[in-house]
Write a protein that binds this ligand. Structure first.
Ligand SMILES: Nc1ncnc2c1ncn2[C@@H]1O[C@H](COP(=O)(O)OP(=O)(O)OP(=O)(O)O)[C@@H](O)[C@H]1O
Length: 442
């Protein structure tokens, strides 16, 4: 049988766009979207730099997409208005007027098209995607991975930020050196410095022996700083210094130690907006965002959903293709937890034989594996570590969902009732894509 392999296009041509200031202090200033993204604000790194004092440093961004032009406010102080309406995100019609502070800007379609590089592949490392949005990301990753450039990955929870970091490392000359992850939101603020840079014995109570920090542990390889937006403000200058000098000082020691690390950082926040709000230092933001990578949410790339469902299905050894009605039912849903939530839904439905129940009305925290229900014997066919992980996930999920239902959705209440703290419950909820309910929490 002859297989016809369709070659994917290596670039995308989009209609061009010009932003022109039509009133205000910068009247006549213009910018053309050359890369597909245009940033507007008072800071010098914007494509359109405005001198209007009521404009934030990074005010809004315009992105050219396949069938639309999108505008996103970047957490500005005075807001972004499209045709007189204050927006967080909006689709721009040709000729729309965007107002920021005392400045009005018109978005004008132009003849000269914009060419966006696309990967000809539908995967990068463990990340899959056939959509133009993902192939746009893959093309960028293919280009930057072999270098030592610092990469900042931004995207909602479950969009694959950690997979991107791993894939960058694997595609770099550092691949056979360590890949070390540090989650900046996972430890108490007072311990972050010693986790990053290490400490010497006696540096603080509890420091019973010398300890390496993650910078030194990643020497020669890649350091992945996850949830960088959670890094306490007072530590940000220290991280900046380490990134600039490639030297670190262990807590309690005067000596500087040289480190050779490539840094990849990630956050679910829009870091430019955090800068506007004064929660993140601008100089550190610049140092990290040498190559910014935005991972689109799953709702912006619906065409990836069937391929992802098939992939997760096949990983469970359930045959080559999932039943079409199963795909159709899942494809029609919204996925606020993105790919992670989709993966969990496929695995849960397949392993617990719950395909039929998908789409049925659910209690706030539906129990996926009540203690009395036998698990699917298919778990026994998985490799040992995967089977153990899967059982742990099913157990933890069912356990937490029960505790949350009993507490009426209160995370603190659930944490108290099971003898742990709220932070830990929140981390597990995030890991297993268990959604917080609307019930108020402290
Ligand atoms: N493009 C993708 N292709 C295949 N699997 C994916 C993709 N994106 C995410 N996943 C799946 O979703 C899971 C979650 O991805 P990951 O942990 O990288 O997300 P994240 O953006 O770092 O989330 P968080 O912000 O919550 O930490 C992965 O383990 C993987 O199973």
């Amino acid at each position: 049988m002859t297989q016809i392999v369709e070659r994917l296009a290596a670039k995308l041509e989009l209609p061009g766009l010009r932003l022109s200031v039509v009133s205000g202090a910068d009247l006549g200033k213009e910018a053309v979207a050359e890369s597909g993204v245009l940033r507007v604000g008072a800071a010098r790194d914007n494509d359109l730099v405005l001198s209007d004092p009521s404009v934030s440093r990074r005010h809004f961004q315009v992105t050219l997409r396949q069938h639309e032009v999108r505008v996103d406010d970047l957490g500005s102080t005075n807001g972004t208005f499209v045709q007189g309406v204050r927006i967080l995100s909006a689709i721009l019609a040709p000729g729309s007027l965007v107002q920021v502070g005392n400045t009005a800007i018109r978005a004008i379609p132009i003849e000269q098209p914009v060419h966006i590089a696309l990967s000809e592949k539908t995967r990068f490392g463990a990340l899959l995607g056939t959509s133009v949005e993902m192939r746009r990301v893959f093309a960028l990753l293919e280009r930057v991975s072999p270098s030592d450039a610092t990469v900042l990955i931004q995207g909602e929870t479950g969009t694959g930020k950690e997979l991107v970091a791993e894939a960058i490392h694997a595609a770099s000359p550092r691949a056979d050196q360590p890949f070390v992850t540090f989650d900046c939101g996972s430890v108490a603020p007072s311990l972050v410095e010693s986790e990053l840079f290490g400490h010497v014995r006696g540096a603080f109570s509890g420091a019973v022996r010398d300890r390496l920090g993650v910078f030194e542990a990643a020497h020669g390889g890649t350091l992945f700083l996850d949830e960088i937006g959670e890094l306490p403000l007072d530590l940000q200058p220290k991280l900046l210094r380490a990134l600039e000098s490639r030297q670190v000082q262990r807590v309690g020691e005067n000596r500087w130690r040289s480190v050779d690390v490539r840094v990849v950082a990630a956050t679910h926040r829009e870091l430019a907006a955090e800068v506007n709000r004064g929660r993140f230092r601008e100089d550190l933001y610049f140092r990290l965002a040498v190559v910014p990578v935005h991972l689109p949410p799953l709702r912006a790339r619906g065409e990836d959903v069937p391929m992802l469902i098939a992939h997760f299905w096949q990983r469970l050894g359930r045959g080559a293709q999932p039943p079409p009605e199963f795909v159709a039912r899942l494809a029609s849903r919204a996925w606020p937890g993105n790919v992670r939530e989709l993966r969990n839904a496929v695995e849960r439905a397949a392993l617990l034989g719950a395909v039929e129940s998908l789409g049925a009305p659910k209690p706030i925290y539906p129990s996926s594996a009540p203690a009395s229900s036998p698990f699917d014997p298919a778990i026994l066919d998985l490799p040992l570590t995967e089977a153990q992980e899967k059982m742990e996930e099913l157990f933890t999920r069912a356990y937490l969902e029960r505790a949350l239902t009993k507490s009426g959705g209160s995370v603190s209440g659930a944490a108290r009732s099971i003898g742990t703290n709220r932070r830990y419950v929140q981390r597990l909820m995030k890991r297993y894509a268990i959604k917080a309910s609307d019930v108020d929490d402290e």
